[in-house]
Each structure stands twice: as structure tokens, then as C-alpha cells.
Design a protein around this ligand. Structure first.
Ligand SMILES: Nc1ncnc2c1ncn2[C@@H]1O[C@H](COP(=O)(O)OP(=O)(O)OP(=O)(O)O)[C@@H](O)[C@H]1O
Length: 264
């Protein structure tokens, strides 16, 4: 497999990345790239290293070796807030929302990054801070309307339906103006209708020019939504290609689909 090391259209390049926990090689010499504007899926059996990969890309953990580039700029081992500032945003496998915050407040936290996150201008409410605050509120309105949550903006986020909680997380991620959005099993635990609606939302997000890297077990979602799939197993890249190639690939069937629910 080529690792696309000098691919100009790549927004994200992962090059020979490794991370071990004790004796476990969670990510093992992994190389792949994500093309700009693609919806790129990462699939693989439980424990294959998918979440570890997301934690490495977002700076939550640092790799043992290897590099990660965002639009050809090295972001390996940068702090998570610095990586977010450069345009990488994510949602988590388990929804993470504060129980006492409304939908609007939750998304406001996302825009805090954009307003500079500085305390003093906020305390003294300088003119420039007020301007940024107004811009942030307008942006939240735009985002909440986009994800279909504007009418629920005053409700507590954590009390919404599961599907709408996921929308809040996506809205919060969009509030940082990402160029690359990482979605970690975003439809896990959702019913069919919620899954269908979220898939439509992901397409709409992608149509706004945001590249998506998605971890998913739902092969219908992966095959319908993504244009490129990287299959990993035991932390290593097993195979990579468009859905039509991956669906029937013998190595994938053996490593992944044989163990998954037979819905491919
Ligand atoms: N913080 C950690 N400490 C020790 N081992 C870890 C840690 N994080 C992950 N691992 C191990 O690394 C391997 C990869 O785990 P990871 O969670 O990345 O897999 P995954 O593909 O996301 O799995 P799943 O589909 O079940 O979410 C597993 O063997 C896991 O037990």
C-alpha cells in the first residue's frame, strides 16, 4: 500500500505512527492520508486502535514515533487546544455534555476558542470583546439552525433525545470552525431514524467544505457515506480503498466483517 507521503490534496497525513501501552501496540507503524473534502472512514474490529488514533491526531496522547501533518504542517505532539485552533475538531464515542448547560451555552463553549478565550477582555467587556461576543452569538444561531436545534436552544442539552445530544456535540465542534471533523462512532446506540438523519447531517457538513474522518461499525453508513475507507487491525493498516473495493475484500471479511453483525 502506498502511504501517499507527498499528496498535495491531503488535508491530513499520518506517517509511520506508533503508540504502545505497556506491551500492547495500539497503533503500529500506521500511515495513511485523508484527502481534502473527503468523508474518510476508519474501520476495524474492537481494539484495533481506532480511538487511540483519534487521540493521537487530536493531541490527547503523544505518539512514540511517527508524525501527523495537517495541510502539510507538522502537528505531532502539539497540545490539544493548539490542534483545535488549527482546525481539528471532534466528537466522542460516549456523548460528553455538561448536565447544567443549555444547548446554546454548550455551543458557546465551542466559540470561546474563537473569541481568543482571554479572561481580561471578558471581565472589562472591552469593545473588541463585545464585538467578538456578538459575532460568536450570530455564529451560534447560524450553526444551531444548520443542525436543526435552534428551537431547542434554551433546553438543557443533556436532557435531549440521544440523536439531538449528538447534534449538540456536532454543533459545538462546528463552532470552532474546523477544517477537519473527527467523528468517533457518532451513530452508536442511535435508532434507525436518528442514524438516517445524522447521516444526512454529516453529508451537509461535508458539503460546507469540511473534511470528515469517521470511525464507524455500521457498514451501511460507511458504504453509503464515505468515499475512502482505511481498515485497521491490531493497530496496523490492513487495506485501504473506496467502499466498493473494501466491501468484498477477503482480508477485511476475515478480520472485520466476519465478526461484525452481518449487515454489510
Ligand atoms: N490508555 C490505555 N492504556 C492501556 N491500553 C490501552 C489504552 N488505550 C487503549 N489501549 C489498548 O490499545 C488497543 C487499542 O484500543 P482502542 O480503544 O484504540 O481500539 P478501538 O479500535 O477504538 O476499539 P473499539 O472499537 O472497541 O472502540 C486495545 O488493546 C486497548 O486495550
Amino acid at each position: 500500500m502506498s502511504s501517499n507521503l507527498v499528496d498535495d490534496s491531503a488535508i491530513l497525513t499520518v506517517n509511520q505512527l506508533s503508540k504502545s501501552f505497556g506491551g500492547v501496540k495500539a497503533v503500529n507503524n500506521l500511515s495513511f492520508s485523508v484527502k481534502e473534502n473527503n468523508i474518510h472512514a476508519i474501520i476495524g474490529p474492537n481494539g484495533a486502535g481506532k480511538s487511540t488514533l483519534f487521540n493521537l491526531i487530536t493531541g490527547v496522547i503523544t505518539p512514540d514515533t511517527g508524525e501527523i501533518k495537517l495541510s502539510n504542517q507538522d502537528i505531532t505532539s502539539l497540545r490539544p487546544d493548539k490542534i483545535a485552533e488549527r482546525g481539528v475538531s471532534r466528537t466522542f464515542q460516549n456523548i460528553r455534555l455538561f448536565p447544567d448547560m443549555t444547548v446554546f451555552e454548550t455551543v458557546l463553549i465551542g466559540t470561546y476558542l474563537l473569541t481568543g478565550g482571554k479572561l481580561l477582555p471578558a471581565v472589562f467587556r472591552t469593545k473588541s470583546f463585545r464585538n467578538k461576543e456578538r459575532e460568536a452569538k450570530e455564529r451560534i444561531e447560524e450553526i444551531l439552525k444548520f443542525v436543526g436545534l435552534w428551537d431547542m436552544r434554551h433546553e438543557y442539552a443533556a436532557r435531549l433525545s440521544y440523536g439531538n445530544q449528538r447534534r449538540v456535540e456536532i454543533a459545538r465542534a462546528l463552532a470552532t470552525n474546523p477544517v477537519l471533523l473527527l467523528l468517533d462512532e457518532p451513530t452508536a446506540g442511535m435508532n434507525q431514524q436518528e442514524t438516517k438523519e445524522l447521516m444526512q447531517l454529516f453529508s451537509q457538513v461535508n458539503n460546507q467544505g469540511i473534511t470528515i474522518l469517521i470511525i464507524a461499525h455500521d457498514m451501511h453508513l460507511v458504504n453509503t457515506l464515505s468515499n475512502q475507507i482505511t481498515v485497521i487491525n491490531f493497530g496496523e493498516k490492513l487495506v485501504e480503498g473506496p467502499p466498493e473495493m473494501i466491501q468484498n475484500h477477503p482480508a477485511v471479511l476475515e478480520a472485520y466483517m466476519g465478526r461484525a453483525e452481518a449487515n454489510a
